[in-house]
Structure formats: C-alpha cells, structure tokens
Design a protein around this ligand. Structure first.
Ligand SMILES: *Cc1c(COP(=O)(O)O)cnc(C)c1O
Length: 423
C-alpha cells in the first residue's frame, strides 16, 4: 500500500474501508461540541451502542423474577453466564473454549494464576518479568515472591533493553532465560508492552521457558483484541487480560484467563478455589471436597458479575461479527498510516522518536512517541485541539488508533495538529 500525505487520501481510505460502518456502533466522546479524536482505546475502549440493551436485559430479568433469573432469565440464565463469552474469547486469543473463561479482574487473576504456576522450590525459584512492567504487575510479582518468604532482589529477574534502545530483543530475552535455566520457575511478560507498544514473540519466549524447565505466562491487557494471538498453538501455560481496553467492555470490566488444555484435567495443580470452580453438577449440593471443573473453569471462584459480563458480551458480539482477521488487516493499515505520517515530519528523529517497533509483526495498533522537545507542551496543545491521547512520564505520548472506531481521517487530523504544534 502506497500511502499519501493528504486529507483527500485519508478520506478515500475511509470510503474504501470494509469496516467503516462500525464506527457508528460506538459512542464517540465529544469535546467542545465536536467529536474528539479519541486515541486512548488502549486505556479505555469506547462504549458500544448495544451495551445498554445487554445490561437492560439483565436488569429486567432481575426486576421481574429476582433469584429465578439464575435459571429462568429470558436470554442468558445467570448460572451459565460465564459460558456465553467462551467462543468469542477463544477466537480472540487463539484458544479452545475449554481454555478460557472470563472472571474477576486482571490483577486478581494474575495472583490466582501465579498461585498455580509460580511454585518456587529451593532450587527453582526465580520469576522473570520485563523491566518497566506495568506497576500492578510489578506489585503482584513482588508480593508473590515475598509471600513465599523469598528475597525479592534474588528471586526477581528483569530483562531490560540494551543501552540506547527502547525495546527488548527476543534474543536477549531468550539468553536471559537460558542463563537462569537452573533456577527459573516462571517467565511472566506482557503480550504487548503497555509503555513501548512492543509485541513480544510469545511463541519463542514460551519455547525457551519450557526448555529451561519453567512455566510461561502472559499479561495480555494490551494484546487481547489488538494483535494476533495463538495461545494454544504457542503452548503458553496461562494468560490473563482485561476487557476494558481493546475489548470495550467498560471501566473495571470483567477480566479473562487462559489456561492451556494440557493443564485442564490436572487437579494436582494447587489453586485457590471457590464454588464456581467446583464441579457444576454438584455445585448446589454444598458438600465438602473441592473437585475442579476441567479447563479454565476450574479456576473460577465466585459466581459471575452479570452486569459487567453483559457489557462484555455486547462488545464480544461485535468482535464475532467482524472477526480478528478483518480487524487486524485494518489495524495494520491504520497504524501503518500513522507511522508513515509521523515519519515525514520527524526531521531525522530530532523531535519525535517512535519507540514502538516499525514492523507490524512486532506491535499492535499503539505507537509510543518519545518527545525529544517540549513533550508536555505538544501534549497540552493536542488536548486543546480535541485529541484524547495519553501522557506517560517522563515524555511519552501514547496514541492508539483502534480499527473498530478510528478513521484514517482521525489519524490525518492528529498528524496535522502535531505538525502544527511542533513547528
Ligand atoms: C491495564 C493493565 C492492568 C490493570 O489491572 P487491573 O487489575 O485491571 O486494574 C494490569 N496490567 C497491565 C499490563 C495493564 O496494562
């Protein structure tokens, strides 16, 4: 695709976009009476217009039948609610329905999964993450290590970019794994790094972790619904993500987990259990003795947060309709266009350095712009002009054109504002 540097080209791309009708399925926030240029779907995805009716269905059933809604709800009996998202989630993360379930929130799920997959022994006790991981993940990992009575500095391995580089090289991740092969218990990285937008090579990292005798888990908060994932085929042990970023399911929305099929029937894996993970046939017999459901379901604890999950289903319906293939195809073009435009005003990297990898296979839709001059001023100017983007200290602007609702014109207008303000 030969990109062109004009509003007319951007408009032509929008006209030819097979997904153009989807923007209208979302509410676009307004600033000063005009539609905002919303580039923060990586933080909070926009609200689909069908969300309200999904939630209203449940409110009506609750109002009209009370507790009977667990089995009698008109469309989606609450007892089975976690099952309704399985197929769509499986399609998004490249898994079998058995391997996924939506439950709890993300950080809580990381803890529950680490209880199962970070079981340090005297010899094998190290946990590897990327340096600069999302704070919640850092705190989760720190507290897990301390919970096991281990020394944090000794047990934690952080892989860092080389001096002068912003992103990690797969070869460096793999060699760090190999160097610690005798003592490594778990590798837990992001799928897409929240700060740099880098997509890690999940398959290679998982392979290296397994060869070293460690488990491999991924936090897919910035990856689910944003990049191509093949968790089953890549042999990943576990993963978790949130639904309120690219999955558009509302602030604080329900999280999702993946546990590989090979662990599905292993009831020896220790876990923190609750009644919703217990054999469904006997759940209401209320007897002693935990017997986990096969697959990811066996990690559930509580009964489903139905209102949040209703919003989740509304969004997943859109993902099912569009399909990841079409979505990723547009994403590649849309972010590719942004990359192309920003490169043209970049004066040999004097003003803006795009720290996100250029190659589409190494990123999703987000670009992280390392501002070399007047970063905060540019960001404020963008905000004044109706752009909703995201500022990360010390000087990075993150921009995520989301293929479901952003347009090529959005991207072009963003570029124009940046051009004007850094001139
Ligand atoms: C957004 C995000 C979180 C947020 O965690 P919650 O438990 O949903 O508040 C955690 N980790 C990463 C990597 C994230 O991007």
């Amino acid at each position: 695709m030969e990109f062109e540097h004009s509003l007319a080209f951007a408009k032509k791309m929008d006209q030819q976009d097979p997904l153009k009708a989807y923007r209208d399925k979302f509410y676009i926030p307004e600033i000063k009476g005009k539609e905002a240029l919303y580039f923060t779907g990586n933080s909070l995805g926009l609200q689909p217009k069908n969300t309200k009716s999904f939630i209203e269905d449940e409110l009506e059933d609750w109002a009209s039948m009370g507790v009977e809604g667990h089995f009698q709800a008109k469309k989606r009996p609450w007892f089975h609610y976690h099952k309704f998202s399985k197929q769509a989630l499986a399609n998004i993360v490249g898994a079998k329905p058995l391997e996924v379930v939506s439950m709890n929130n993300l950080t809580a799920n990381l803890h529950f999964l680490m209880v199962s997959f970070y079981r340090p022994t005297k010899k094998r006790f190290k946990l590897m993450i990327e340096k600069g991981a999302f704070p919640s993940d850092q705190y989760a990992v720190e507290s897990q290590i301390k919970f096991h009575g281990l020394d944090y500095d000794e047990a934690l391995i952080e892989v860092a970019p080389r001096d002068g580089e912003h992103t990690l090289r797969t070869e460096d991740i793999v060699s760090t794994i190999n160097e610690n092969a005798d003592s490594l218990a778990l590798v837990m990285l992001s799928g897409v790094q929240y700060y740099t937008g880098q997509l890690f090579d999940i398959k290679e990292i998982t392979k290296a972790a397994h060869e070293a005798g460690a488990y491999a888990g991924f936090d897919l908060a910035h990856a689910a619904g944003n990049v191509s994932l093949n968790l089953h085929d890549d042999d990943v042990d576990f993963a978790a993500w949130c639904s309120y970023k690219y999955l558009n399911s509302g602030p604080g929305g329900v999280s999702g987990i993946f546990v590989h099929e090979k662990h599905a029937n292993n009831s020896d894996i220790p876990r923190l259990a609750g009644w919703w993970g217990h054999n469904e046939e006997e759940r209401f017999q209320m007897e002693k003795g935990f017997e986990p459901m096969p697959g990811a379901d066996g990690w559930q604890l509580s009964n489903v947060n139905v209102l949040s999950s209703a919003a989740h289903l509304a969004s997943l319906e859109i993902f099912e309709e569009v399909g990841m293939t079409a979505l990723l195809e547009k994403s590649r073009l849309l972010t590719g266009y942004l990359y192309f435009l920003l490169e043209t005003l970049n004066n040999e990297g004097e003003k803006i350095e795009i720290i996100t990898p250029k190659e589409p296979k190494n990123r999703g839709c987000q670009l992280s712009l390392f501002m070399k001059q007047n970063g905060k001023k540019v960001f404020e100017a963008l905000s004044n002009e109706g752009v909703i983007a995201d500022w990360r200290e010390p000087n990075v602007i993150r921009v995520a054109p989301v293929p479901l609702y952003n347009t090529f014109e959005d991207v072009y207008r963003f570029y124009q504002i940046v051009e004007k303000t850094i001139a």
